[in-house]
Design a protein around this ligand. Structure first.
Ligand code: XMP
Length: 512
């Protein structure tokens, strides 16, 4: 196992992810972790992450000095490299030109990290993100790769097995970064690389049991991948101490509610409260057209209904959520960080403080595709595990303007046809998310001999790895016209279909 000490970089979890992908178990701890705890954890190596601070500032974070005396291999990345150099007697200076993004470096030597990956003399692409730089190496270190702007791009102290990179090997923009990390964990630290999601499952279950004890847990189930996998994992850990609450706001896709109930109650034997609150939600959404008001209304009602249901079952000590790592990053900015709130995701802010339940978030270190692997490991059906993401506010944010039951019914039909055609064409898994949007625009058409004056519908399909950026899926025209024909012919209320060809950014995936 490897310990990652976090100095606050946006991409620290990517280090963990790359390690897990190569079959190495790791944990991410804050850099303030104390020596005794680190020794008890008994890692085979330590990675010091990047971070936003500058080593040249007096109060900037440092690695616990003791880690350099434990006889363990250490890899310092970006800020981690600088603090290591500083703490071992080198010199780091600020005020240099900041270097961000793609850069090329020259491999001037070799070491255990570059073995079989980078050849001496090669020019290699890396991803840089730094302001300060080392100007004098600590004793024992030598340079293995460099560029004009980064003379100490990769440094090594072979005797102590200390390595430092000025670039980020964990991001995909450093093409051989994962292989460099594998050399560190394998060749240098001696990790076998045989850890699997099966092991994660066992560890997660042990962690849940340790946290929850004999307490009662409730889990808000949305039918989406994240909360579904969290629920099944929790059920495996604590059985009937878990109750799931499914608040049906009437804005789900076709047949989704029945499927959720069937899967969780019948197949997994999970205690499930199914509350049909569509009247309430649609009633309160009547007349609401502003997207943020819509989102907030749904968020508020969701909490109210959830609270009611949890009181009915006599309350609980813990609230389980399927929070993923990207939600953690996004919600940091959503709750007052420096970045702007683009949309208020209704299920990220969580429940009000007066509900006073401790959170159980067994997936908060994972990325979506890892959660899918875990779901399969838990024996969950592909129709849930492989399902496209679906937003908490449901179809409401795919109906610009006022939401009504009638519009939701029309949209559901169009959406069903679209997804059916996508599945028939074998394209479902190649697409991150595909859905129809019902536009608040009526246009003139002709059907048979008659004039129509009905709504227009937009189709959207994107590829993405994490939902943060997205590209338009390039359907061929034959596919699109087939879907358009079916929708116009089969769905009463829609007489025109368009395809949305906006990427994210500048668009967002959803229309509201
Ligand atoms: P946007 O539209 O912001 O969406 O590009 C990015 C991803 O997030 C989903 N999304 C949500 N998911 N609650 C959710 O659970 C929400 O309020 C919400 N809004 C957007 C969206 O479907 C896409 O996958």
């Amino acid at each position: 196992r490897i310990l990652i000490l976090d100095f606050g970089s946006q991409v620290t979890q990517l280090i963990a992810r790359r390690l897990r992908e190569s079959g190495v178990y790791c944990e991410v701890w804050p850099f303030t972790a104390d020596e005794a705890r680190i020794r008890a954890f008994a890692p085979r190596g330590i990675i010091l992450s990047g971070g936003p601070a500058s080593v040249t500032e007096g109060a900037s974070p440092r690695a616990p000095q003791a880690v350099f005396g434990m006889g363990l291999p250490i890899l310092g990345i970006c800020y981690g490299q600088q603090t290591m150099a500083h703490q071992l007697g080198g010199v780091v200076e600020g005020g240099h030109a900041r270097e961000f993004g793609r850069a090329f470096i020259e491999v001037t030597g070799d070491c255990a990290i570059t073995q079989g990956v980078w050849a001496k003399g090669a020019r290699e692409q890396v991803w840089m993100s730094h302001g300060d730089r080392i100007t004098e190496l600590p004793p024992g270190f030598r340079v293995v790769a460099a560029s004009g702007g980064a003379p100490f791009a990769l440094i090594a102290d072979d005797a102590r097995h200390f390595y430092g990179t000025m670039f980020h090997p964990e991001v995909v923009h450093t093409p051989h970064g994962a292989a460099l990390l594998r050399n560190f964990t394998g060749a240098v630290c001696g990790c076998a690389g045989d850890w699997t999601m099966g092991a994660f499952r066992a560890e997660a279950i042990a962690r849940i049991r340790a946290q929850v004890g004999t307490g009662r847990v409730i889990c808000g189930l949305s039918g989406g991948v994240d909360s579904s996998v969290a629920a099944v994992l929790l059920h495996e850990a604590i059985g009937d101490q878990l109750t799931c609450i499914y608040v049906d706001h009437g804005l789900m896709r076709a047949k989704e509610s029945e499927q959720v109930v069937r899967t969780f109650r019948d197949r997994f034997n999970i205690k499930l409260v199914h509350r049909d609150a569509s009247e309430l939600f649609l009633g309160q959404l009547s007349g609401v057209t502003d997207p943020e008001v819509k989102r907030k209304t749904i968020g508020r009602l969701f909490i109210e209904v959830f609270e009611e249901e949890q009181q009915k079952i006599g309350g609980a000590d813990f609230l389980a959520q399927g929070t993923l790592y990207p939600d953690v990053i996004e919600s940091v900015s959503a709750t007052g960080g420096p970045s702007v709130t683009i949309k208020s995701h209704h299920n990220v802010g969580g429940l009000p403080a007066h509900m006073r339940m401790q959170l159980v978030e067994p997936l908060r270190d994972l990325f979506k595709d890892e959660v899918r692997v875990l779901g399969r490991e838990l024996g969950m059906p592909e129709e849930i595990v492989g399902r496209h993401p679906f937003p908490g506010p449901g179809l409401a944010i795919r109906i610009p303007g006022e939401v009504t039951r009638e519009k939701a019914d029309i949209l559901r039909q169009a959406d069903t046809i679209y997804l059916e055609e996508i599945r028939n064409a074998g394209l479902y898994d190649a697409i991150w998310q595909a859905f129809a949007v019902l536009l608040p625009v009526r246009t003139v058409g002709v059907m048979g001999d008659g004039r129509t004056y009905d709504s227009a519908c937009a189709l959207r399909a994107v590829t993405s790895t994490d939902g943060m950026t997205a590209d338009v899926y390039p359907f061929d025209m034959g596919f699109l016209t087939r879907v358009a024909n079916r929708i116009v012919n089969e769905v009463r209320g829609i007489n025109r279909v368009t395809y949305d060809i906006t990427s994210k950014p500048p668009g967002t995936i959803e229309w509201e």
